[in-house]
Write a new protein. Structure first.
Length: 414
């Protein structure tokens, strides 16, 4: 053990001497300020765009009071208190110290923060947005709530291990607009890459928890949530399709689709509050992303002799339990029940999300324009594992869908 610690210290010292943290870049103008905002109004808008409340508010607690458990493969990390409390929150922080946390991933005392706080994305946030966000958080009423200590396994609980991780996988960066792209594209890139930190869920991770740069936004299984975050690259879109996608992000539903699970929460806490123009910027950026092979875990491969009888049995189950809402041809009902034909969630490489929705049901996003979304009932208490496998297999093969069948083992492991 002493030899291991000595070796890690030697590696760390070599890396540290070769490149210290860069100076903070000068104050820069936010790509989002084509519209004018008062400082606190803009800070609140940025907090919505960054979805801060979702991770920093435990169920039933005051907003931004911290202490929400974030489960990782390495243990549990508890989010920090962002209220203006001087003992446990940000009340005694300065704007420079807050910027240091976002940009360098360091707390006010210079200690390294764990990357469950997504500073690998937030490092792209420009300084004037950081200052506006900090000014807004200073107005949050103080909540003196102690945050539990992190519960990480050895050796991930060692400061040395975190320092080595940072040297391997993190370098402070800055958002630089691409002069060959439109202003809209650049605003979308800033929202998706930085402020919205979409890659934290939609990019697959390596064995040490690092996002894989070779598969940016290519989709990933989010272990802490048990859901797949689908690939964000849409490919070229017609104007009408772009408008439909903006509607989906804004309200959680459009004529053919509905967002469920963790994405419904993102709409509820964050996306519904964004300007339509900024959602359009995000769509423009996503439409230009390269299409890469899916990184989602695929279903078990079944021979046709097993897959076909499964789908045939699933057709009967679908007719009994699903067709009244989703239609005999999987066409759905506009703005009520999503179409299942050509549904990206249904035909994804991984059947995980489709299985979860059939098993556990759920609601779409509750938004200002749609406060009472239609629900999907849970069928885990009505259908057996084999029956769920059959109906999901049918969904993935009917009406022109051409995804793989689902085995009872797929249903069991999800």
């Amino acid at each position: 053990m002493q030899k291991l610690v000595f070796l890690l210290n030697a590696i760390l010292m070599t890396i540290t001497l070769s490149g210290c943290a860069p100076e903070s870049p000068p104050t820069t103008t936010s790509p989002l300020t084509s519209e004018t905002f008062e400082l606190l109004e803009r800070g609140e808008y940025l907090a919505r765009a960054a979805n801060c409340v979702a991770c920093h508010t435990p169920t039933g607690a005051a907003q931004y009071s911290g202490g929400k458990a974030i489960h990782t493969p390495f243990g549990v990390i508890y989010s920090s208190n962002l209220t203006s409390d001087r003992s446990n929150g940000l009340g005694d922080w300065s704007a420079d110290e807050f910027w240091q946390a976002l940009h360098h991933g360091k707390s006010r005392d210079g200690s390294n923060l764990y990357p469950a706080f997504p500073y690998a994305s937030y490092t792209l946030i420009v300084r004037d947005d950081s200052d506006a966000l900090f000014a807004y958080l200073q107005t949050i009423p103080a909540v003196s709530m102690d945050v539990p200590d992190h519960e990480l396994r050895f050796p991930f609980n060692m400061p040395l291990a975190l320092s080595v991780w940072r040297q391997l996988f993190f370098k402070p960066d800055a958002f630089v607009a691409d002069s060959e792209q439109t202003d809209s594209w650049n605003r979308g890139a800033y929202l998706v890459q930085g402020l919205g930190h979409c890659g934290e869920c939609h990019t697959p991770r390596g064995v040490l928890g690092n996002t894989r740069s070779d598969s940016t936004l290519a989709g990933a299984y989010v272990e802490s949530l048990g859901w797949d975050a689908l690939p964000l690259a849409t490919g070229p879109l017609a104007s009408q399709d772009k408008r439909e996608l903006v509607t989906l992000l804004k309200t959680g539903v459009n004529e053919r689709s509905q967002l469920s699970g963790p994405m419904a929460e993102v709409v509820f806490h964050s996306l519904q509050y964004l300007d339509d123009a900024h959602l359009g910027d995000m769509v423009e950026y996503m439409a230009d992303l390269p299409i890469t092979p899916s990184q989602l875990r695929s279903s078990l491969q079944l021979p046709a002799a097993i897959a076909k009888p499964l789908a045939n049995a699933g057709e009967t189950i679908y007719g009994e339990h699903c067709s009244d809402c989703h239609g005999a041809q999987g066409q759905g009902k506009p703005f009520q029940y999503p179409a299942l034909a050509a549904n990206k969630g249904v035909i994804a490489a991984s059947p995980n999300n489709a299985i979860k929705i059939v098993k556990h049901g759920g609601f779409g996003a509750s938004t200002a324009v749609r406060p009472r979304p239609y629900s999907m009932p849970a069928y885990a208490h009505q259908l057996s594992t084999a029956e769920i496998a059959a109906v999901v297999s049918y969904l993935r093969a009917a009406w022109g869908n051409a995804a793989s069948a689902v085995s009872p083992q797929d249903v069991w492991r999800d």
